[in-house]
Design a protein around this ligand. Structure first.
Ligand SMILES: C[S@@+](CC[C@H](N)C(=O)[O-])C[C@H]1O[C@@H](n2cnc3c(N)ncnc32)[C@H](O)[C@@H]1O
Length: 239
């Protein structure tokens, strides 16, 4: 979960991209850019663990360098199969080197593509979507959640973490607090503004209630928020 030693000093030029520069410092970027990051990570792992059954698939949507799936892989190794999908070749390259043993042995599958275009395996006991769907077209999100539900075993779960737009009237306040947190974590005002502009129309957060509604529409009967800090939320959705 820790940083791999490369400090994030990315200066995005134009539209945000998950390129090789981002891939190299990604762990550090997340630690300094996501509020309450370590709690979120450990809760995702602790909750996810409750749903894994042997010989089932664990899918990670927008896996990046594999930070979310890593503790599950370390614990369960070849007792499970792992389907990792990301549309950034640079992020997947880092990911592939992390899971080279599992890839070689055939129980880890890494797919470079848009999640809404790939065929995910059936029989998932756990699906992770950690800060990923927010980067995918809003018009495809319901279909993606429907697909996740359809490819999941009964008793399986989706752990879903997203940036959100606060809908109770305090969005501006929460956004201000978020940028103050980034300042404390060593980002300059210039870097914060650069990144915000670069993410415009690339990262599209929704209101929390819309995400919950989509999860219910997909068929999930049990949907609950397990974590929130500022404008970041995590839900557990059980089939
Ligand atoms: C913030 S990162 C996700 C972090 C990661 N899930 C983790 O827990 O460390 C978002 C990822 O989503 C990927 N992504 C964006 N659009 C995608 C798409 N259409 N299909 C698959 N992956 C996508 C990006 O390449 C990036 O690696």
């Amino acid at each position: 979960m820790g940083s791999n030693g490369n400090v994030d000093n990315v200066s995005p030029n134009g539209k945000w991209e998950f390129d090789s520069e981002v891939a190299r410092c990604f762990a550090n970027m997340l630690e300094r850019s996501i509020p309450d990051y370590r709690s979120m990570r450990s809760l995702v792992y602790e909750i996810g663990e409750k749903f894994i059954t042997p010989d089932t698939w664990i899918t990670d949507i927008g896996c990046s360098t594999g930070l979310a799936i890593e503790p599950f892989y370390e614990k369960h190794a070849d007792e499970n199969k792992y389907f990792l999908c990301d549309n950034s070749a640079a992020m997947l390259e880092e990911c592939r080197s992390k899971f080279s043993v599992g890839i070689g042995a055939g129980f880890v599958k890494c797919v470079n593509g848009n999640f809404f275009e790939v065929e995910m395996p059936l029989a998932n006991s756990l699906v992770l979507s950690i800060l990923s769907m927010q980067f995918m077209p809003t018009s495809y999100r319901q279909k993606m959640l429907n697909d996740i539900y359809d490819h999941m075993l009964y008793g399986g779960a989706l752990v879903f973490v997203e940036k959100v737009v606060a809908d109770g009237g305090a969005d501006d306040l929460l956004v201000d607090l978020y940028y103050e947190m980034k300042r404390r974590n060593g980002y300059t005002i210039e870097k914060i503004v650069e990144k915000r502009k670069s993410l415009e129309n690339v990262l599209s957060p929704l209101k929390p209630g819309w995400n919950v509604e989509m999860l219910h529409n997909a068929g999930f009967k049990v949907v609950d928020m397990f974590w929130r800090c500022l404008n970041f939320c995590g839900w557990i959705a059980i089939k």
